[in-house]
Design a protein around this ligand. Structure first.
Ligand code: SF4
Ligand code: SF4
Length: 446
């Protein structure tokens, strides 16, 4: 069978064997829960509770009137003990609601148990009888954002511009970043919720086709989803070649549909909506149970971790508590990353809270990190072949060093998605992504 893929890309060692066969277990929430008001792309929320308030698990504690935003909810029941600025895993600080956990997990009354009979006939009836607007409203109220890392509010994607109708929903199960296996486990452990979520997303946008796209290094997940979706004729399983960054939005759209999202454009410009597989599972829970996004799968891995694990984690617990639950460190970590090693965000402290977009936290000893001095470009062209956006990273890096704004614009520096493929492949260990990040800031400020 011909595998779907895109031009360019790289083949890093995926190191997924550390956790791919490790089932997800619940992480026990800690006594103090820190819920940031900024957990998504768009306007941050403002607290809707005050110090001293009692809150229930799943109760809304922050919201915003901005369209591009998503409410945040308490992941435990307890008492609001503080509202203050706190370090944020995405960088800088965010206003946070601090909750003293009462360990009762008393649910907010709107949240119901899963009461949907899971026969395919019943699921089809349920999806046929629900209104699109109700799905969008429930997704918004549940604060659902893209859980693959981007954290874009899903209700915004579910209301695309009228002149860009969506015909295809792609569920992104590529999980192409090394080490991460949280989506892989979600596909193995909650496949039916993922399929139900995909049907609801399709209904919300009026699409005709669903493709659950999975890299061929996850044959068990492909098999499970093929079986579970076999009664739903609109659902296809798309098998992707294992290659980084196959899970990036533009690359997965190109691989599955052959369409090219234009420079600076959104997937809706080519009639596609892309959603992460675990996000789809959250959509099913939001619509069926009114359950907000207050917990998610997180991979805890890296060569410095004693027992690499997959946990079901409440938002607001610290990274430190995740590493502790994974047995602590076997060697002193020199680098901590939120997300994958290619596009993740380095952390300066373990005392930052888990937010909705955290798919993994990784800890590395010195030898696995890039830290050597960069050499001069020998014009081998490997970075050009690897760039999935068909850019010229070597030239961009040179223009960046010379602060040549006109050339940077001419060579489309803003199309760079900072995937790191060029830095990875470069034999001279050029710090291309750092140069290009600087260059993008230069262009944006020019
Ligand atoms: S970081 Fe940017 S320039 Fe480098 S390979 Fe990725 S998209 Fe291309
Ligand atoms: S891979 Fe490195 S050495 Fe080769 S052309 Fe690109 S920047 Fe230059």
């Amino acid at each position: 069978m011909r595998l779907k893929t895109f031009k360019g890309g790289i083949h890093p060692n995926d190191s997924k064997e550390l956790t791919k066969n490790v089932p997800v277990v619940p992480h026990i929430p800690t006594e103090t829960i820190i819920i940031p008001m900024r957990q998504h792309i768009g306007a941050p929320c403002e607290p809707v509770v005050q110090i001293g308030d009692e809150v229930l698990m799943g109760q809304k504690i922050g919201d915003s009137e901005a369209f591009v935003s998503a409410p945040v909810h308490s992941s435990v029941s307890g008492t609001v003990v503080d509202i203050k600025m706190y370090p944020h895993p995405g960088g800088g600080e965010s206003k946070c609601v601090v909750i003293q956990n009462d360990f009762n997990d008393t649910l907010y009354p709107d949240i119901k148990p899963w009461n949907l009979d899971v026969s395919s006939k019943n699921i089809k009836n349920f999806v046929a009888n629900i209104q699109s607007k109700e799905i969008v409203d429930k997704v918004r109220e549940a604060g659902i954002v893209g859980m693959g890392g981007a954290a874009f509010p899903l209700h915004v994607k579910l209301t695309p511009p009228k002149d860009n109708p969506i015909d295809t929903v792609i569920l992104n199960g590529a999980e192409c970043e090394p080490y991460l296996t949280s989506d892989h486990r979600a596909m193995l452990e909650n496949p039916l919720q993922i399929v139900i979520g995909s049907l609801l997303i399709k209904k919300a946008v009026g699409a005709s086709r669903i493709v659950i796209a999975i890299e061929n290094n996850k044959p068990d997940a492909i098999k499970v989803l093929q079986e579970v979706s076999s009664d739903f004729e609109e659902v296809e399983i798309g098998i992707l070649k294992t290659k980084y960054p196959q899970g990036s939005e533009k690359q997965i759209i190109n691989a599955v549909t052959g369409r090219q999202v234009p420079s600076g454009g959104l997937p809706s410009a080519v009639g596609v909506l892309v959603s992460n597989v675990d996000t789809a599972s959250s959509v099913a829970k939001a619509v069926v149970m009114n359950l907000p996004l207050i917990e998610r799968n997180v991979t805890v891995s890296g060569d410095a971790v004693m027992n690499p694990s997959n946990f079901k984690v409440r938002t607001g617990v610290t990274f430190a508590s995740l590493f502790e639950a994974a047995g602590g460190f076997k060697v002193e970590p020199k680098k901590i990353i939120m997300g994958g090693p290619m596009m993740g965000i380095p952390q300066v402290t373990l005392n930052v809270p888990v937010i909705k977009g955290v798919s993994g936290v990784l800890a590395f000893s010195e030898p696995e990190t890039f830290g050597k001095e960069e050499g001069i470009c020998i014009k081998c062209g490997k970075c050009v072949d690897a760039c999935p956006m068909r850019l010229m990273p070597n030239a961009l890096s040179m223009f960046a060093e010379n602060s040549d704004v006109e050339k940077l614009k001419k060579y489309h520096v803003l199309d760079c998605m900072e995937c790191g493929s060029c830095s990875f492949i470069c034999p001279q260990r050029r710090f291309m992504v750092q140069h290009i990040k600087k260059a993008k800031a230069l262009v944006k400020n020019s």
